[in-house]
Design a protein around this ligand. Structure first.
Ligand code: SAH
Length: 261
């Protein structure tokens, strides 16, 4: 005779939590967490979910344990409703990639759903006007999983075509120099007047936004850390002012070529 656990059909939701607060999560993400028996994730992501977690088994883990977390989630999802949570969007430098890779390798048949969330690029852009109105690129400056020479080639490729570039993981104690290196690459292709947005803790209580330029960025460099997303404008980006205040960055999408306004 099969036990209840063995007969119950499991499911696996890979849930994007957005930038931090519950009001920026999707209804689908909230529903998936509410309906889960097990919730797995990094402890800093679980904190804002606290009120939703009563009665659930919560498995908090630390950064760098993503493969173990993915394995455990898949194992539990054989017979339980499991939500594995990821900050921002799970598909953007998040848990979806590793969970799906491990799942593929395991050969298990699991009911799996990726639930999108607001990624840091969107959260940061929303605090800085409209810097990403057209094409743009994102790059992570973390060389834990991507070799630094590959990162540098990509930076060159992106900056050389003049699109705005969003820097994820711009700086950490372990690699304090990658940010300065990225700025060096940007300066090869872009004017010193190119606007830059430094957005720390976007859409969280302690958020802070600095609008500066490529030539002045060193003055604000100490603000850049792992809770920060940096948007380096493209060749057409400019500072947006309202009265005497700097409000953000505008990257015109091209309407001015077709319309008068
Ligand atoms: N999956 C996440 C990204 C994980 S990589 C997402 O889609 O947003 C972690 C990096 O994301 C951080 O180092 C930082 O650069 C950026 N980030 C995440 N949340 C942020 C926030 N609220 N404000 C600013 N940057 C953030």
């Amino acid at each position: 005779m099969l036990s209840h656990a063995e007969t119950k059909k499991g499911s696996l939701a890979i849930v994007g939590l957005g930038p931090g607060k519950r009001e920026h999560m999707t209804a689908r993400a909230l529903k998936a967490v509410a309906g889960a028996d097990y919730v797995l994730g990094h402890s800093s992501y679980l904190e804002p979910l606290e009120p939703l977690l009563t009665g659930k088994t919560v498995i908090a883990s630390s950064m760098g344990k993503e493969v173990d977390r993915a394995r455990q989630a898949i194992e539990l999802a054989r017979s339980h409703a499991v939500a594995i949570v990821s900050g921002g969007d799970p598909g953007v430098y998040g848990m979806a990639g590793i969970v799906i890779e491990v799942l593929e390798h395991s050969g298990e048949l699991v009911d799996v759903e990726v639930i999108p969330g607001i990624t840091a690029a969107n959260a940061a852009a929303s605090r800085a006007g409209s810097p990403l109105s057209g094409d743009f690129a994102t790059i992570s400056l973390s060389d834990l999983l991507t070799p630094l020479d590959v990162i540098e080639k990509r930076l060159d490729a992106f900056f050389s075509v003049g699109v705005p570039v969003v820097l994820y993981n711009p700086k950490s104690r372990g690699r304090p120099h990658n940010f300065a290196l990225a700025i060096e690459h940007a300066r090869k292709y872009l004017a010193g007047t190119t606007p830059v947005a430094i957005v720390k803790n976007a859409l969280r209580d302690d958020e802070e936004t600095i609008i500066t330029t490529l030539m002045d960025i060193e003055a604000s460099e100490e603000k850049v850390d792992m809770h920060t997303t940096v948007i380096i404008g493209g060749s057409e980006s400019r500072i947006w002012r309202m009265g005497n205040n700097v409000k953000g960055i505008i990257t015109p999408r091209g309407y001015h070529h077709k319309y008068v306004y």
